[in-house]
Design a protein around this ligand. Structure first.
Ligand code: SAH
Length: 291
């Protein structure tokens, strides 16, 4: 396993993500010659919008020529996330009051793309289009749309709320730490990690108790919990900060109980012992009661 090559889908996704990121090239070239403000005009002014649409159409055409069938489906998703990441960077570095929304776009697209890439590295057998977690659940999509609506409405009605730079920096730190913890957990658990909770024990499934698993029983959920709340802190969205925190807390409480039932079944005394030693990592969630 160690040192083995990245699967084809993983390699395709990297190329497509970088291709999507090429939306940065035009404003970068222009910035060298023109006024910095043009960078944001690239996204908002009509000529910029036309250029960006042509750019996206050209790179999508390239993907269509290069890949077929399932590989095209991987490439088009990775490319889309690359475009969003690039647009997020453009907004972040522009002189605009939308800077924090730019940070948010970068956080969101990086999270979804890296879920796919890390799954390709650690557990290629479980890799599918679902590994991007783009269609995670109806609730997840609704939550994302609610946060965009809240941000826009409050930005129009109460713009000072969206200029609390220190709060957005706190959000950014939560996002970065949450993301790092989640990816550290995935890399530590390796092929034992799965986006779908397993109810049957695979022969290769072993109990992981080292690395970040020595501090938290559910480090990837801890990371995701703080990441998701962090995105809303970053956007200074009071309603969604509360909503996201409550919804994801309830989601992880249920999921942890379901998961630990299987883990006790798989690893019996070893898991019960581990459970006694190490906390879940999530506030006020203790996991399943083992009798
Ligand atoms: N809850 C963990 C892992 C999430 S991935 C975390 O937050 O990091 C879900 C899969 O991980 C499930 O199929 C479960 O069986 C497996 N899993 C959870 N904890 C594990 C552990 N300590 N060792 C091995 N597998 C584990």
């Amino acid at each position: 396993m160690a040192g083995s090559k990245l699967v084809l889908e993983g390699r395709v996704s990297i190329k497509a993500f970088l291709l999507g990121l090429s939306v940065l090239v035009i404003p970068l070239i222009r910035t060298c010659y023109g006024h910095v403000d043009w960078v944001f005009d690239y996204l908002t002014e009509t000529p910029g919008k036309i250029v960006i649409c042509i750019h996206i159409a050209v790179i999508n055409g390239l993907l269509l020529i290069t890949y077929r069938g399932p590989l095209y489906k991987v490439a088009v998703r990775a490319c889309f996330l690359g475009v969003i990441f690039g647009c997020g960077l453009i907004i972040s570095f522009s002189e605009t009051t939308w800077t924090h929304f730019g940070w948010y776009l970068c956080s969101l697209s990086f999270f979804h793309y890296s879920e796919y890439l890390v799954t390709a590295i650690i557990n290629p057998r479980s890799l599918s289009l679902d590994s991007f977690l783009l269609n995670h659940s109806v609730e997840y999509t609704l939550a994302a749309v609610s946060s965009w609506v809240e941000f826009t409405v409050e930005k129009l009605t109460f713009p000072e709320l969206k200029q609390l730079n220190w709060l957005s920096v706190v959000g950014l730190l939560l996002v970065l730490c949450g993301e790092a913890l989640r990816k550290a957990a995935m890399l530590t658990a390796g092929s034992n990690f799965n986006h779908i909770v397993q109810n049957e024990k695979a022969q290769s499934h072993v109990l992981v108790t080292s690395g970040v698993y020595a501090y938290f029983r559910h480090p990837s959920y801890v990371g995701w919990f703080y990441w998701s709340a962090g995105t809303q802190v970053m956007l200074c969205n009071p309603v969604c900060i509360l909503g996201y925190t409550i919804a994801s807390w309830r989601f992880f409480r249920e999921r942890i109980e379901e998961e630990e039932l299987s883990l006790i079944h798989f690893f019996t005394e070893d898991y019960v012992e581990y459970k006694k030693r190490v906390p879940t990592g999530l506030p006020f969630i203790s996991g399943i009661r083992a009798n």
